[in-house]
Design a protein around this ligand. Structure first.
Ligand code: HMG
Length: 383
């Protein structure tokens, strides 16, 4: 039996900040962001958006094309959860009107947990081949203003339906994994923004990349030439380039940038979407118009702290018939540009407490976060 991603779709936030605006306001050379970090823009949520509204939009696109009665689990991966107890996926389950006979749970380990959720989904289908599992990755990357991370913020969601005999990609058995207890990036319970050791995080990421690769080779006997395209986690796209050249050095073979180039097209415009970032990379690669049938993709997932996994996926015959690049184009192009001052105002007015609040109607998306009543988050489906 083959198991993998049968369908997928995306959503991002209402607003966008062009990094040239930020560069001008902060007196930074725009080339630092564009070339030094490899970023052009980032998505910024409106006050009536959050991980739940983006996740529900991405998932509703997937559900509109599939039989929702086959879904037995909703696995929601995020590191920017909206409650310490209740899983964000339960709100999504309600908004989408999924049957009660579904298991719903949240996964966390920084940016890595989307991959843990994906592998758990594959394992569930291996045991119960009739089941389908909805895996959702969604995050809002929000750093403190004036920090190195500020230009690498972003927001987005990718929803994936995992099933037997998938239309898009087969997730192959056997991953390379790597865990190392390192404090490169963390967010204590009483902070709405993370703390980052920037230089350490770059090294921790690259050590995990080669460590997970070596384990993949040990598990599967794969060679680097068995991989046709690479997708590395993209906190900013230059990071993927750095990891790719470090991996080439490690294996002692040249690995052209052409093997990663197309995976970075969407993330340059979305910014870091943490758990969703790798999967925006996958979507971009599949949308690239390359004839990828039968090709093997190598995916590197990294979550600070740190946990990493290198795994492979094989692209299915006819996959391009099941893609919807117009949804990504629409999500990106409909974003409303912000001035730097407007962006900083939104950043400062982030709703981080659970006091009663009614949010202004801003987003054009099909789901809204309408506010908080008696400490309960309220949502509405408009479609
Ligand atoms: P910084 O201080 O802004 O950057 O911090 P810098 O001074 O090191 O410059 C960045 C690059 O721009 C350098 O390139 C400069 O040379 C270049 P490099 O040498 O690295 O190739 N540069 C220029 N290029 C062209 N024209 C110019 C120019 N000026 C400079 N004029 C840092 C960078 C990554 C530390 C910061 O953005 C940060 O703290 N980001 C957040 C942490 C992060 O993303 N770490 C990545 C690995 S950890 C990870 O991926 C996990 C994560 O997603 C979270 C999770 O798992 O949950 C973050």
């Amino acid at each position: 039996m083959i198991i993998g991603i049968h369908d997928l779709d995306v959503a991002t936030a209402h607003y966008v900040l062009d990094l040239d605006e930020m560069a001008q306001a902060l007196g930074v050379d725009p080339a630092k962001y564009e070339k030094g970090l490899g970023q052009d823009e980032f998505s910024v949520p409106a006050p009536d958006e959050d991980i739940v509204t983006m996740a529900a939009e991405a998932a509703s696109r997937v559900l509109s094309r599939n039989d929702r009665t086959r879904i037995r689990s909703v696995l929601f991966a995020t590191e920017t959860g909206i409650d310490q107890s209740k899983a964000a996926g339960v709100f999504v389950h309600g908004l989408l009107g999924l049957p009660h006979t579904v298991r719903t749970v949240e996964f966390k380990q920084a940016c890595y947990s989307g991959t843990a959720a994906l592998q758990a989904a594959v394992n569930q289908v291996a045991r119960y081949p009739e089941d389908q599992v909805l895996v959702i990755t969604a995050d809002v990357a929000r750093y403190a203003v004036g920090t190195g991370g500020e230009p690498t913020q972003g927001a987005g969601a990718v929803a994936m339906l995992v099933a037997a005999d998938p239309n898009l990609v087969v997730i192959e058995p056997g991953s390379g994994v790597y865990t190392s207890d390192v404090n490169d990036f963390w967010r204590p319970n009483d902070s709405s923004t993370p703390f980052v050791e920037g230089k350490l995080s770059l090294d921790a990421y690259m050590d995990a990349n080669v460590g997970a690769w070596d384990d993949l080779v040990a598990q599967r006997g794969l060679s680097i030439t068995d991989i046709d395209r690479f997708m590395h986690h993209q906190p900013f796209t230059k990071m993927a380039r750095k990891a790719h050249s470090r991996l080439a050095e490690h294996v002692g073979l040249p690995l052209g940038d052409d093997l990663i180039e197309q995976s970075m097209v969407y993330n340059r415009r979305i910014g870091n979407s943490y758990t969703a970032s790798l999967y925006f990379g996958l979507v971009a690669q599949l949308h690239a118009g390359d004839a990828l049938e039968g090709r093997r993709l190598g995916l590197f997932s990294y979550g600070s702290g740190s946990v990493a996994e290198f795994f492979t996926a094989v692209v299915q015959e006819g996959y391009s018939d099941y893609l919807h690049p117009e949804n990504v184009t629409q999500s990106l192009d409909r974003r409303v540009p912000l001035t730097f001052e407007e962006y900083r105002d939104l950043h400062a007015n982030y709703i981080g407490e659970s006091d009663n609040v009614e949010t202004p109607i801003v987003t054009a998306a099909p789901f809204r976060f309408t506010g908080i009543t008696d400490r309960v988050r309220q949502y509405e489906a408009r479609s």
